[in-house]
Design a protein around this ligand. Structure first.
Ligand code: MGD
Ligand code: MGD
Ligand code: MO
Length: 768
């Protein structure tokens, strides 16, 4: 028996991994981490099982023939081929498409989280490769925060800055009094941070604030979104109606003389064009608490009381990212900023507005940030882009125009889709629509370590190594530490890193040197370290040599020279001397820029707009429950869903949907029963769990169960494993951001009678 302990980094923490006889035996959080995430356990069996052993080509594609049996995608059997054949097929197909159709016909958006590790970052590798071969159609924005990323630069400042600069838990503990969070403070989500996380500190930060007397209010469909140790007050609300509540709070502030006029005058523009809307002078509807009560289900006196409480105490208004992953998701974010300005606490210690506290582990943390160098990706001569969540629209509507943030763009005609490090059959909405859209391109090429749904929906599949099977460097711009990622175990004999796969294709296109620049993987990491060292010098500190870093295994950034000032404090003190990068230099309550776009679904100031469906709306007669498809507590998205750890939290391999006991009783649904969730877009099976801490007409089904259609490749097939995205709708948030709107979703649920087929997702596909 041989054993060893090696260090790995993941997007849910850094771990010491015990390896016995070449396999991962156990996983422990490192000494630095006060609260390691149990998601680490997904690695134990997950790394080794259900691997793609060899390059594989879909039967119908390989046979050629009319349209290469595109409708068999996702259902077909695969043929294993050797590396040389697979690389040649991929290179020839890429060359055919770029020659016959132009590089624009290749879609390399390839959204997804892939793995931690800065060099073997699948998307960076793919984008570098695409730029070397002449570019491709790309995507902009994220599924996480598309609406925020688009609206907030018009209103406050660039998202990438504010995500990192916003109020910290220490500041809330020091100066805050009241935290009102729409969508709660889901500490379960802070297990995760993009690019990696060393210390899980959010839970502790909230505890400290609570111990110092900060009060917490959760407005949302689930009490459990905020941990019980905050003693928070829970105000249930109909999902998707938060803007109406915020407007009514604004109305109360206005009528009771509680608006901070001095702050509005000094630091904002456009209040005078917004106020008549709140009063009802511009549209005949005063946004009173009674008006909002009818929409939100929150009693009018609760709204009035909340407004007074906010006005009397220094308040941080926070909104989970989930709120903007919804139809008209731009509005709650804009309105939250406006409300915070009316309260006047913006730029104070522990007050103002925040976005996504607890949604990832780094939001609101104290650690120093540093912009580590990424893999150089070159530039693309191709300008064709889509907002990331418009992929099915693009595939289904080539050459059609669409709106995006003031631009009128056209969907390109895509003939080849290339994906590495993401799973659209996890992340995209209305999967039945995606299955149909997926039949449009001639070819789909995918890199994956496992036989995930996206791998099954490919024509050419390359077996990728996992992060535990290669060396790498974890250097996240969110985290004060950098880590050496050791190779923990040997990869399967035929797996290669994403980098090696692209190098192989590039070589066959005569571009091998352009892609690798003659460096091997370690030389690339050293190169990225050197470039980071230059940035560090500009920031006033020195990095150790790469060899010293490698020998030490980790590096901690020095503490910042000066203590950070509360976010926007300079701006608050003197907005003329410290202007924001909005057109006016101030916070824009009315935006002339946005108004000039002329969008009905995103006018010049925040407004209440009916979402395409909601509780209390027309469709609720047929589908009377709102489905919240939140992030899973027991994994990262769909990653390693086949692992024992992820499956332990399911029932018969079906994801658990939580339902209020009253809603369950009305429908004859018992705890643990197999249920069918459905609407006009699709249907899935899940296992019911009764939960009194939900709003009565809300269901909560986490994302990430591997898509398991009863009839693979068939549009509208019953999904067996509890993937909520067969139920969600694929419509942009608005013409402005075109973000995903997954959280706007009505369904019905019923007991599933009869023999429930077991989900077929955790098996390899058929092979010839
Ligand atoms: N209904 C609903 N849907 C949602 C959301 C929601 O709230 N509700 N949230 C959305 C959000 S915010 C997000 S960010 C997306 C997340 O969507 P994704 O980021 O696409 O989800 P992941 O499961 O992380 O997909 C990563 C894939 O990369 C693979 N992988 C891991 N390591 C490697 C590697 O080294 N190389 C390669 N080639 N592949 C690798 C994994 O096996 C996995 O299949 O989902 C979105 N979808
Ligand atoms: N463990 C774990 N953590 C994760 C991830 C993961 O996969 N696993 N994914 C990470 C990623 S990529 C992202 S983007 C973040 C996402 O972070 P969020 O967007 O905040 O995550 P969600 O879990 O979708 O939503 C949080 C809560 O918002 C509430 N909510 C939904 N709709 C509404 C609404 O209309 N109004 C109100 N008031 N509340 C509403 C729901 O009750 C839900 O539980 O999480 C990150 N953290
Ligand atoms: Mo996300």
């Amino acid at each position: 028996m041989s054993s060893a302990t090696r260090r790995t980094a993941t997007q849910w923490g850094v771990y010491d991994v015990d390896v016995v006889d070449g396999r991962i035996a156990s996983v422990r959080g490192i000494d630095l981490d006060p609260d390691p995430s149990p998601i680490g356990d997904t690695l134990v069996d997950g790394v080794h099982s259900l691997r793609i052993e060899r390059p594989a080509v879909r039967q119908g594609w390989l046979d050629g023939g009319p349209d290469r049996a595109r409708d068999r995608r996702g259902a077909d059997s695969f043929v294993e081929v050797d590396w040389d054949v697979a690389l040649r097929l991929a290179a020839d197909e890429i060359d055919r498409v770029r020659t016959e159709r132009g590089n624009e016909a290749i879609y390399g958006g390839s959204y997804g989280w892939a793995s931690a590790g800065r060099f073997h970052h699948a998307q960076s590798q793919l984008h570098r490769f695409m730029n070397v071969i002449g570019g491709c159609t790309r995507s902009v924005g994220s599924y996480s925060t598309a609406a925020a990323q688009t609206i907030l630069p018009h209103v406050v400042e660039q998202w990438y800055r504010m995500e990192l600069e916003q109020t910290t838990w220490s500041e809330i503990a020091d100066g805050g009094e009241l935290v009102v969070s729409f969508g709660g403070l889901p500490v379960r989500n802070s297990q995760v941070s993009y690019g990696g996380i060393t210390r899980h500190e959010v839970g502790d930060g909230i505890r400290r604030a609570h111990d110092r007397g900060v009060r917490f209010v959760t407005i949302g469909p689930q009490r459990s979104d905020t941990p019980g140790y905050t003693d928070h007050r829970w105000i249930p609300i109909r999902p998707g109606t938060d803007v109406a509540l915020m407007l009514a709070v604004a109305h109360v502030l206005g009528t009771e003389g509680l608006v901070d006029r001095a702050f509005l005058d000094r630091c904002t523009v456009g209040y005078e064009r917004f106020e008549p809307y709140v009063r009802g002078e511009s549209d005949g509807i005063p946004k009173t608490p009674e008006w909002a009560a009818a929409i939100t289900g929150v009693p009018a006196d609760v709204i009035t009381g909340l407004a007074r409480d906010m006005a009397r105490h220094r308040t941080l208004l926070n909104a989970s990212w989930a709120l903007q992953r919804a139809h008209h998701g731009e509005q709650p974010y804009w309105m939250l900023v406006v409300l915070a300005c009316m309260l006047g606490d913006v730029g104070t210690t522990g007050g103002g507005f925040g976005f996504g506290h607890c949604n990832e582990g780094h939001i609101g943390s104290d650690g120093r940030r540093f912009g580590w160098a990424a893999l150089p990706q070159g530039t693309s001569p191709i300008t064709s882009i889509i907002p990331v969540a418009r992929i099915a629209d693009m595939l289904l509507s080539p050459n059609q125009p669409f709106d995006f943030d003031g631009h009128r763009l056209t969907y390109p005609e895509i003939d080849l889709v290339y994906w590495a490090g993401g799973n659209p059959f996890h992340h995209h909405q209305d999967l039945n629509r995606l299955v149909a859209a997926w039949q449009r391109p001639s070819t789909v090429i995918v890199h994956e370590p496992w036989w995930t749904p996206i791998a099954r929906f490919a024509d050419i599949v390359f077996p990728a190594t996992t992060a535990q099977e290669r060396i790498d460097v974890c250097m996240s711009s969110h985290d004060p530490y950098a880590h050496v990622m050791e190779q923990v175990v040997e990869p399967p004999a035929d797996a290669r890193s994403d980098h090696a796969i692209f190098a192989g294709i590039a070589e066959r296109l005569g571009l091998g040197d352009a892609f690798t620049e003659g460096r091997d993987e370690r030389a690339w990491m050293e190169h990225m370290w050197e470039r980071s060292a230059e940035r560090a010098r500009a920031d006033g500190f020195d990095l150790p040599s790469f060899d010293d870093f490698w020998a030490a295994g980790r590096y901690e950034l020095p503490p910042a020279a000066e203590q950070r000032a509360a976010w926007l404090v300079d701006f608050r003190d003197d907005p003329a001397a410290h202007p924001l990068d909005t057109p006016s230099g101030r916070i824009e309550i009315f935006s002339d820029t946005i108004a000039s776009f002329g969008y009905d679904d995103c006018p010049g100031h925040p407004v209440w707009l009916e979402p395409y469906e909601r509780l209390g709306g027309a469709l609720a007669d047929r589908f009377p429950l709102h489905l919240v498809s939140h992030q899973p507590a027991t994994r990262l998205h769909s990653q390693l869903d086949h692992s024992e750890f992820s499956r332990r939290h399911k029932i018969d391999d079906r994801e658990v949907v939580r339902i209020h006991p009253d809603a369950a009783a009305e429908r004859g649904i018992a705890d643990g029963a197999t249920v069918r969730l459905f609407n006009d877009r699709g249907a899935c099976l899940a296992a019911a769990r009764l939960d009194p801490d939900l709003a009565p007409d809300v269901l909560a089904l986490p994302t990430g169960a591997w898509y398991a259609p009863a009839e693979p490749g068939v549009v509208g097939s019953l999904e067996l494993g509890g993937n909520p995205n067969v139920l969600t709708r694929d419509v942009g948030t608005s013409s402005l951001a075109q973000g995903p709107s997954a959280h706007t979703c009505l369904v019905e649920i019923e007991p599933f009678s009869g023999e429930a087929p077991s989900p077929n997702a955790y098996e390899p596909p058929p092979f010839r």
